[in-house]
Design a protein around this ligand. Structure first.
Ligand SMILES: *Cc1c(COP(=O)(O)O)cnc(C)c1O
Length: 358
């Protein structure tokens, strides 16, 4: 008799699936989604555009028009190639697979984006996490020492970082790039619409840098589209492990259509940046809360008790993320996604119900 227990890798058997909590009926402020929908006339025009898509045909594997439009609208340097992924999660997975020589390693600051480690482990790469400083700024010296010691294949720098919101110093990043003599440095700009700072114009400047982005946090998490820009020497190799038709026709058509209306999404991002400032001020004014500076569409907040905060907000139908157990540096921290003015007001009202320490 065949059982999954006999066949599946022991490390996979020991794992649990990526947890996505049921958010039915809740104000969903746990996953950095854009709270706004498209204006009705634009949604209607998109619907008409999608009605013309040939669902019976396989998608273009390397859709030239879409890639050209991404290069143009996202200021990708001319000398860079672009690789598309089913979300940047898939790009991370492709890089892991392509780099997985025996003994190969991945280095990244921790706490950071969990998929760097997960993806590394799936591909049998060793993950080495280098702790941030207690204020969540980059410990560049420690990171550079780890890069020297481990000579990793990949170094991830989320700019800004998730779940901390930190935008690392450009001078520190330059030092890390210079120290990565045997490594590819992946600059992950998932939150670029909220950071307003980018390495994209410099994506071709170094022989060991690629810049990765996604449309998820910009307001299109549902279509699953990530992209990576870098010198052709890198993109050509990663393209070899891309599943043949990884970007489906509806995603391609939606992205092509909406990239002509980026002003709508950019305006939503601007509104969320204003909401972020307001929310940070209001949360910081509550007793016992420390708000860390964030360049993303979320705030990392240290509260008296993260588990109590999570449960109290849930009682008010607000879903946030308790990251308190993710890493020792995050003790009693929660991550609040910046929502609409109405959602944020609801969240603030719920936070005011937290028991105060006396
Ligand atoms: C959300 C996020 C991603 C993943 O984005 P998808 O394109 O939705 O897969 C990548 N990196 C960071 C740092 C993120 O927070």
């Amino acid at each position: 008799m065949t059982t999954s227990q006999d066949i599946i890798r022991p490390d996979i058997l020991a794992m649990t699936s990526y947890p996505v909590p049921d958010s039915t009926g809740l104000i969903k402020l746990d996953a950095m989604e854009n709270p706004y929908s498209l204006p009705a006339d634009l949604a209607k025009a998109l619907g008409e555009h999608l009605a013309g898509v040939a669902l019976n045909r396989y998608p273009a594997p390397r859709p030239a028009a879409l890639i050209a439009k991404i290069k143009r609208t996202m200021n990708v340097p001319d000398t860079c190639d672009v690789l598309l992924g089913n979300g940047s999660d898939e790009l991370i997975s492709m890089m892991s697979v392509a780099c997985a020589k025996p003994g190969a390693k991945v280095v990244a600051p921790v706490p950071g984006f969990v998929m760097y480690e997960m993806s590394a482990r799936f591909a049998h790469l060793e993950f080495v996490g280098v702790p941030l400083k207690p204020d969540f700024t980059l410990d560049a010296d420690a990171l550079i020492a780890a890069i020297g010691e481990h000579a990793p294949a990949l170094v991830y720098l989320a700019y800004p970082n998730n779940p901390t919101g930190t935008l690392y110093d450009d001078a520190d990043i330059e030092r890390v790039i210079a120290a990565s003599k045997k490594s590819l440095v992946v600059i992950d700009e998932a939150y670029q619409p909220f950071a307003e700072k980018t390495w994209m114009p410099r994506a071709a400047e170094f022989d060991n840098v690629v810049v990765m982005r996604t449309v998820s946090k910009l307001g299109l998490a549902g279509i699953r589209l990530g992209y990576m820009a870098g010198r052709p020497a890198w993109i050509t190799q990663f393209d070899k492990v891309r599943p043949p038709y990884n970007i489906n026709v509806l995603t391609q058509a939606t992205a092509e259509f909406l990239l002509d209306h980026l002003d709508v999404l950019d305006a939503q991002a601007a509104e969320l940046r204003a909401q972020r400032t307001k929310l940070a001020r209001e949360v910081a004014a509550l007793p016992g809360m420390t708000v860390f500076p964030s360049a993303g569409n979320f705030l990392l907040v240290r509260v008296p008790d993260a588990a109590v905060a999570f449960e109290t907000l849930l009682t008010s139908r607000v879903l946030i993320k308790n990251v308190g157990k993710m890493h020792p540096l995050l003790a009693n921290c929660v991550r609040l996604t910046v929502g609409s003015a109405e959602e944020n007001a609801h969240m603030i009202a719920a936070l005011k119900k937290l028991p105060t320490l006396d």
